[in-house]
Design a protein around this ligand. Structure first.
Ligand SMILES: [Zn+2]
Length: 286
């Protein structure tokens, strides 16, 4: 296994996929590297492979043994590590609960908004605290009105359609702290706000990506109807795993088609790459 630190910039990958091992385990010639960051260790090694002629870094969000619950994932280290190996565009698939009866299990929704209901997760690099190497990031207020990459969203929607899986194009992902599921009252409240799906990992992934000027696209797979939208016993983890497993193959197909369709790094013309124009960051991004 090769080791690299975030100060040794290398173009090892251009696109990142944050998701489980099911997305890369069958690829040929996967290289595993560990990356050190000023924020500690990422969830796991990065697994580098080639998809559709593009260099991709896969990162198992919960660790390869799925030992990290959503609230204990080191999101800052994860995004920093991806950027430091050259990644500039990220696809972030995740499992969610549907907040409307029509968003049943197997629905693919590509959100265009999010609501942060997490608590106590480190969600900025620009907190004025010195890094271990002595560098001090300035205080920066990042524009986040549109949290997802518009180009990546369009490509993800087209990729799903190309596979005959009509996605919900747009909607609001509500991210809760977890690791417990919602109560019925919380779930009804989320639905009453007009939010679409609820999950535990989509944030602060999205904002940290934006702070690092990375394109981030969320693809949410509905594995269950959330407690307020169903009439049964409530969400069970076994059910979530079963539905995710049933849809893994086609989700992987959609992801890989999207990887092939993403623009070259130097051709990015979206807001994500320019979020900090005019700001003095105080540090160089990796
Ligand atoms: Zn973008």
């Amino acid at each position: 296994m090769a080791e690299t630190s975030s100060s040794t910039y290398a173009e090892m990958a251009e696109i990142g996929v944050i998701g489980g091992s099911g997305f890369y385990s069958f690829l040929d010639n996967v290289t595993e590297i560990t990356v050190k960051t000023p924020y500690g260790a990422p969830s796991d090694s990065l697994f580098l492979g080639e998809v559709a002629g593009r260099k991709v870094a896969f990162l198992p969000r919960h660790g390869r043994k799925h030992h990290l619950p959503p609230h204990r994932i080191n999101y800052r280290a994860n995004l920093w590590a991806l950027r430091s190996v050259g990644v500039r565009q990220i696809l972030g698939p995740c499992a969610v609960g549907g907040l409307r009866p029509e968003y049943g299990p197997g629905t693919l929704l590509v959100p265009d908004q999010l609501v942060d209901r997490t608590k106590g997760r480190a969600q900025t690099y620009f907190d004025g605290e010195a890094l271990p190497d002595g560098r001090v990031p300035n205080v920066v207020h990042t524009t986040f009105a549109d949290p997802y990459c518009p180009t990546g969203r369009q490509i993800a929607v087209a990729a799903a359609r190309g596979r005959g899986w009509e996605p919900v194009d747009g909607g609001t992902l509500c991210v809760i702290e977890g690791p417990r599921f919602s109560t019925r009252a919380e779930s009804r409240w989320h639905a009453a706000q007009g939010w679409s799906v609820v999950g535990m990992t989509g944030h602060p992934e999205a904002v940290l990506a934006r702070e690092l000027e990375l394109c981030y696209t969320s693809l949410t797979l509905v594995t269950d109807l959330d407690a307020g939208a169903e009439t049964g016993e409530g969400v069970s983890h076994a059910e979530v795993l079963r539905v995710f497993g049933e849809n893994l193959e086609r989700l992987r197909d959609v992801l890989f088609d999207a990887v092939g369709a993403l623009p070259a790094t130097e051709a990015r013309d979206c807001l994500c790459a320019h979020g900090h124009d005019g700001w003095d960051l105080g540090i160089e991004l990796p």
